[in-house]
Write a protein that binds this ligand. Structure first.
Ligand SMILES: *Cc1c(COP(=O)(O)O)cnc(C)c1O
Length: 422
């Protein structure tokens, strides 16, 4: 029992200490009610991109709240939603011509799956199977859990999860197994869509793969008519070094999911973009072909205004230079670890750096994850290792000095918990 009625996400209340109350946030920093400062090196669970409370986003939220807070989005529209959709299409290119709003990453993926299934149904073709990658994570709703990796996180719900065709993760040197499995999955024309996290599988352990593999997966889908869904909920908005991870492979998906960074991490909002072909398959005087999806807060005006301000920041501030600077610092730090036997699996994708700490006891439920988390907290850092995988995903406003603190803390953690430590 705790003193609070709040039930926290992914939290075992019997084992974890009381939640830390945060009273303020600014830039890369969080401040507790008692005034302790924490460096937010995971962007508050992968959402905050330009730092907490970026002035332009705060201003846009305040201004919009003064005009229109919420309105039904069926039969009605508003300026922030129209502008955001236009600006997204202008930025991402005409192949993704339509923008469907929702309010979380999971929902944006559910929408993508429904679009894909609706596309085939409305075209009168029986394609219902979803192909997904080993170690994938696409959210925590029943549908997205079905497409994600199975394990301790979802074993209780297993009876409700639908089957997907699982393709092996493209480990370096074993990419052909992935591509061959995908070809086989697409061969009989029953696959509705491939759903992938481009270049980087986040919750699956910050696993990276080469742009070439993403491009080849896209080509296999195109050749068999299988829809290609890119889940860029985490990788979008600069995390991997480019605006989208797909950009590095020169790939345009049929359906694209964006959420987390879309408002700069200030408010919940998500979009699912799709090709004209998918929209057109639902465009009919036959009402049964309507895309039947909505959530109460679809295209909330305040969230859309925050997202427009986020795009203004991308257009007018040196975001790409900030990202490149973080990537450079990460690369320098990681280079120094390559000969260090206490680390393995050293990897980087743009602003995200990850490594596995070599300890006796590996795996997510092994005690080292929580121990590392507490260790970093005691050093004034918010880091949330996935088992023995330590990763950094800072907001783009982070300074060289702040990154230096995190690197130093990782070295101290290795001295304390790494193989051979006393
Ligand atoms: C976080 C995440 C989701 C789910 O987003 P929510 O906003 O938490 O529902 C989906 N896909 C990927 C790749 C994610 O990282």
């Amino acid at each position: 029992m705790t003193g609070s009625p709040v039930w926290h996400p992914f939290t075992q209340h019997a084992l974890q200490p009381a939640a830390i109350e945060i009273a303020r946030g600014e830039g890369a920093w969080l401040e507790t009610r008692e005034g302790t400062r924490l460096l937010d090196m995971i962007s508050s669970w992968w959402v905050v991109t330009h730092g907490h409370r970026h002035p332009r986003i705060v201003r846009a939220i305040k201004d919009q709240a003064d005009r229109l807070d919420q309105v039904i989005f069926a039969g009605f529209t508003h300026a922030p939603a129209e502008e955001l959709a236009r600006r997204l299409v202008a930025r991402l290119g005409p192949a993704l011509a339509h923008v469907f709003y929702s309010d979380s990453g999971s929902t944006s993926v559910e929408v993508a799956l429904k679009m894909a299934l609706g596309f085939w149904k409305n075209r009168g073709e029986r394609r219902t199977r979803i192909v997904a990658l080993e170690h994938a994570y696409h959210g925590d709703t029943i549908g997205t859990m079905s497409t994600g990796a199975r394990g301790v996180f979802n074993s209780a719900y297993e009876p409700m999860l639908f089957d997907v065709v699982r393709v092996p993760f493209p480990h370096e040197g074993r990419e052909d197994a992935t591509l061959d499995a995908l070809k086989a999955a697409c061969a009989d024309g029953s696959a509705a869509a491939l759903l992938v996290e481009p270049l980087l599988l986040g919750a699956g352990g910050m696993l990276t793969y080469a742009p070439r593999v993403l491009r080849e997966m896209r080509e296999i889908c195109a050749a068999s008519g299988t829809l290609f869904i890119a889940d860029e909920v985490m990788t979008g908005f600069g995390r991997t070094g480019t605006f989208l991870a797909c950009d590095q492979a020169g790939v345009t998906p049929d359906i694209l999911c964006l959420a987390k960074g879309i408002t700069g991490g200030s408010l919940p909002l998500a979009v699912t973009l799709c090709s004209a072909e998918i929209f057109d398959a639902h465009y009919s005087t036959d009402r049964s072909k309507t895309f039947f999806h909505s959530s109460s807060y679809t295209a909330n005006p305040i969230a859309c205004a925050a997202a427009v301000a986020n795009l203004d920041i991308w257009d007018e501030e040196p975001v790409a230079a900030r990202i490149a600077e973080i990537a450079r610092e990460h690369a320098l730090f990681l280079e120094g670890l390559r000969m260090d036997a206490r680390f393995s699996g050293i990897r980087q994708c743009g602003t995200i750096a990850a490594l596995d700490l070599c300890v006796a006891d590996e795996g997510y439920l092994a005690g080292v994850g929580p121990a590392l988390y507490e260790f970093f907290l005691s050093r004034g850092l918010l880091l949330r290792p996935l088992g023995n995988t330590i990763y950094l995903m800072p907001p783009f406003c982070v300074t060289k000095d702040e990154l230096g603190r995190a690197y130093e803390a990782i070295m101290d953690a290795a001295a304390t918990f790494g193989r051979g430590a006393r």
